[in-house]
Design a protein around this ligand. Structure first.
Ligand code: PGA
Length: 257
């Protein structure tokens, strides 16, 4: 089954609103006509920039989707500092990253909260980009697949097939994020294959075949061409290289060759 590549930019805590407008305009100006059909492009700026980036993309009819980097699972209420799926929906988000390792490590995100967030997003028609990935220690202990597939199983608990079939997974080895170190494409593909097999056993092989699994962790224009042809890798979740319009364009276009 042919899956449509996805290239998603995770801007993390970078770009003021003014800078976000400039970057999204540059990315939009650089785009090819086939963006949006042959490769799905997603920008995930900080919450405060979502509206301005949406306005740029809408004005340009850019066929670039908007995503958030986090969400709370409740629709509203006394949760100081949080943002709800209802708010993300209204501002125009189609996607939302959940369970990024930075949130798991620094902000107490757990498999349980990731699962609650996934359910809340689906309830509001927003597709989760569910992140998973192992530490260097887990890899050294030979427990990568067990650990990563456990994160996926926990993240999908209680989610039925009609929703699960839409999810996007991002496999991001923690030791590769922002470090310039990458696994071999074969090693990354092996984990993505194990994730796909887990989804097949939870749901069905057909459903698993349709799911997009992105690789993330120091993906750059220089190495993308090695990862993208791998059978279980369907695109990238990009941090550092997504902050530069030329690099991001090259990464998106690497999906077109
Ligand atoms: P990186 O980040 O591309 O800067 O390694 C990827 C991510 O954390 O999503």
């Amino acid at each position: 089954m042919k899956r449509t590549y996805m290239m998603a930019g995770n801007w993390k805590m970078n770009k003021t609103t003014t800078e976000a407008v400039v970057l999204s305009q540059r990315i939009s100006n650089h785009r090819e006509d086939t963006w949006g059909t042959e490769v799905e492009v997603v920008l995930c700026p900080p919450f405060i920039d979502l509206k301005s980036v949406r306005n740029v993309l809408e004005f340009d009819h850019a066929s670039i989707a908007l995503g958030a980097q986090n969400v709370h699972w409740a629709d509203n209420g006394a949760f100081t500092g949080e943002i709800s799926p209802v708010m993300l929906k209204e501002v125009g988000c189609s996607y939302c990253i959940i369970g990024h390792s930075e949130r798991r490590e620094m902000f107490g995100e757990t498999d349980e909260t990731v699962n609650r967030k996934a359910k809340a997003l689906f309830a509001h028609g927003i597709v989760p980009i569910l992140c998973c990935g192992e530490t260097a220690q887990t890899r050294d202990e030979g427990k990568t697949n067990e650990f990563v597939c456990g994160q996926i199983e926990a993240g999908l608990a209680g989610i039925d097939a009609s929703d699960a079939g839409k999810i996007v997974i991002a496999y991001e080895p923690i030791w590769a994020i922002g470090t310039g170190r990458v696994p071999t494409p074969e090693a990354a593909d092996e984990v993505c294959g194990a994730i796909r097999a887990t989804i097949a056993s939870l749901y069905s092989p057909q459903l698993a075949e349709g799911i997009r699994i992105l690789y993330g962790g120091s993906m750059k224009p220089e190495n993308a061409a090695f990862f993208l042809p791998m059978p279980n890798i369907d695109g990238g979740l990009i941090g550092g290289a997504a902050l530069d319009a030329d690099s991001f364009r090259d990464l998106v276009n690497a999906c077109l060759v």
